[in-house]
Design a protein around this ligand. Structure first.
Ligand SMILES: Cc1cc2nc3c(=O)[nH]c(=O)nc-3n(C[C@H](O)[C@H](O)[C@H](O)COP(=O)(O)OP(=O)(O)OC[C@H]3O[C@@H](n4cnc5c(N)ncnc54)[C@H](O)[C@@H]3O)c2cc1C
Length: 371
């Protein structure tokens, strides 16, 4: 097999590179994708039973402040008016997330004004201080005080990491955003925000619909690479450590799994994502994807839910683990990557970093420009 460019992975990094290379450089692109579908972690499909579109790898909301990225994606989709807000259930009561004035007032049963929040929290934090927090628990308490930590961070973190926060490094969190107003928008960079009108997969279908692009699903790069002659470059968006056959050790990932349920209600929880802060509920979140498309008229007799659980599964990497050890290992792998001739590493797996979609698209557009 011969190609000008070989792209590993049909997520946003691979798809943007393929789209640009085929349309602008007019070069041949072969994409190998291990999974049976394109779209990477942003893949969406319609549930057979309910007709509700869902995001197989967790709810994805597009949001960006970058006009460049928004305009680029605008060639392939329009967005609906969905605006993301997150709620969390603690002891049977629903609160707004990230912690804002409504959360604080409702939790402490007070009626603070924005200018009173700082002093109020200062007093809460002064009750238990840590100059040199040794673990995540101490760090979180020093940032928000024990009551808010116990209610909204302790149980959730324990479920997320399957470890007691006392056994997690303080470095996992740098800051915990607390808003002293009633702002309930989830994203800081939400100037352009929404869900693609036809879902995410339709974007990828349009991006990759070009005579110079060939996509092979169910195709693992490592099983096929010897058979492919690449004239220009390989663009690799698979896991960084896997490329080097884990020779320096494995980078750790946190993973999640989803359990599907169908309930006979027109609306189960009134929002797309509800967090569950307490350890009594073993899941971290419930996703209800019908809320992602308020413009669609979905059937009212049933609704689709996904219960999210954390799990260890190195084969399904979701979130990089921000420990010192992983940071050092990533640096060592990056040094090896720089020495690889004609291979460009990118995307969330290829750079071992958590990136939102807009960041990955921006990264791919910049990488293309540098080609
Ligand atoms: C649970 C969750 C929720 C998220 N929610 C949001 C959100 O709301 N908003 C937002 O902006 N971002 C969100 N993100 C981030 C978003 O998923 C990423 O920014 C995006 O998927 C990154 O694209 P990518 O191309 O780098 O990686 P991916 O989408 O993971 O694509 C990489 C592809 O490479 C393939 N691959 C790997 N190894 C091989 C191999 N050996 N051979 C062939 N193919 C291979 C993989 O199968 C995969 O399809 C979320 C991420 C997670 C984990």
């Amino acid at each position: 097999m011969k190609t000008d460019y070989l792209i590993v992975g049909a997520g946003f990094f691979g798809a943007v590179m393929a789209e640009r290379i085929s349309r602008v450089l007019k070069k041949k692109v072969l994409i190998l994708e291990k999974r049976p579908h394109i779209g990477g972690n942003c893949y969406s499909e319609r549930d057979q039973q309910t007709g509700i579109e869902f995001h197989k790898y967790g709810t994805h909301i597009f949001h960006t402040n970058s006009k460049k990225v928004y305009d680029y994606l605008g060639q392939f989709t329009e967005f609906n008016s969905y605006y993301h807000q997150v709620l969390t259930t603690h002891q049977g009561k629903v609160y707004q997330m990230p912690i804002n004035l409504e959360t604080i007032n409702s939790f402490y049963e007070v009626n603070l004004k924005p200018f009173e929040v700082e002093d109020f929290l200062k007093k809460e934090k002064a009750k238990e201080t840590y100059d040199n927090p040794k673990n995540l628990e101490e760090k979180a308490i020093s940032l928000v005080g024990r009551p808010l930590y116990e209610a909204f961070i302790k149980g959730y973190t324990k479920k997320q990491w399957q470890k007691d926060p006392k056994d997690l490094p303080a470095s996992i969190i740098n800051r915990l955003p607390i808003r002293s107003n009633y702002d309930e928008s989830y994203f800081n960079n939400g100037r352009y925000q929404g869900i693609p009108l036809e879902g995410y997969t339709a974007i990828f279908e349009k991006m990759l619909d070009h005579p110079l692009i060939e996509v092979r699903n169910n195709s693992d790069y490592f099983a096929l690479r010897e058979q492919i002659e690449v004239k220009e470059k390989t663009i690799y968006s698979g896991p960084l450590d896997r490329y080097f056959n884990y020779k320096l050790g494995r980078l750790e990932w946190r993973s999640v799994r989803f359990e599907k349920k169908i309930e006979a209600y027109p609306d189960y929880q009134g929002t797309s994502v509800m967090n569950y802060a307490d350890v009594e509920e073993p899941f971290t979140r419930i996703h209800e994807p019908r809320h992602l498309h308020p413009e669609r008229s979905y059937p009212k007799e049933q609704t689709l839910l996904f219960y999210e659980y954390s799990q260890e599964n190195p084969e399904e990497p979701y979130y990089p683990v921000g420990t010192e050890k992983n940071h050092e290992l990533k640096k060592a792998y990056q040094e090896l990557a720089q020495k690889e001739d004609n291979v460009l590493f990118g995307g969330r797996l290829g750079t071992y970093a958590y990136y939102d979609m807009d960041q990955v698209i921006g990264q791919a557009l910049a990488a293309f420009e540098s080609l």
